[in-house]
Design a protein around this ligand. Structure first.
Ligand code: FES
Length: 160
């Protein structure tokens, strides 16, 4: 069976590193960046090219939070659910994002546009509630403003 992912991206990544176990994390970081997740067939080839047991590749892939075995959306939305953010309305923000995108925390929209995650305190409690849309921190976030952030993140106009 042919793989569904573009394996040439992996070839370009592997060409940059010695084919040995010490390269594993760097290769996985580049794979995560290139594919936006760690596709199974890519991990199999990484294991064979770096001569690392597949079980070890999966073990590393699941250990670090920066890696995902499932396709992630182009825009990752992280809603802080730490105490300060929870008290100031994080639940309403999550409800609003769920309603607008039709996904629950940990899920990705079918068009791979967005992934929603909840996270623990991100160290910005004074700005609570905090939402991170892509790489942008939004402080004092309001559920009623989420449509604006989602629209801007998607690259559209800032509509109501
Ligand atoms: S609880 Fe959300 S930033 Fe600290």
């Amino acid at each position: 069976m042919q793989p569904c992912v573009d394996m040439t991206l992996l070839d370009d990544i592997l060409a940059q590193y010695p084919h040995e176990e010490q390269s594993l994390i760097q290769v996985l970081q580049d794979v995560q960046r290139a594919y936006n997740y760690l596709p199974c067939e890519v991990l199999e080839k990484v294991a064979s090219e770096l001569k690392v047991p597949l079980a070890k590749v999966f073990s590393v892939s699941t250990f670090y939070k920066a890696f995902s075995l499932n396709p992630q959306g182009k825009v990752i939305i992280k809603v802080c659910t730490g105490t300060a953010c929870h008290i100031r309305g994080a639940t309403q923000i999550i409800d609003e994002v769920e309603r607008r995108l039709g996904i629950k925390p940990g899920e990705t929209t079918e068009d791979l546009g967005f992934t929603l995650h909840t996270v623990n305190c991100v160290g910005a409690c004074a700005m609570a509630p905090v939402v991170i849309v892509g790489d942008k921190y939004v402080g004092a976030a309001k559920a009623s403003d989420m449509h604006k952030y989602l629209t801007v993140a998607k690259g559209g106009d800032n509509e109501n």
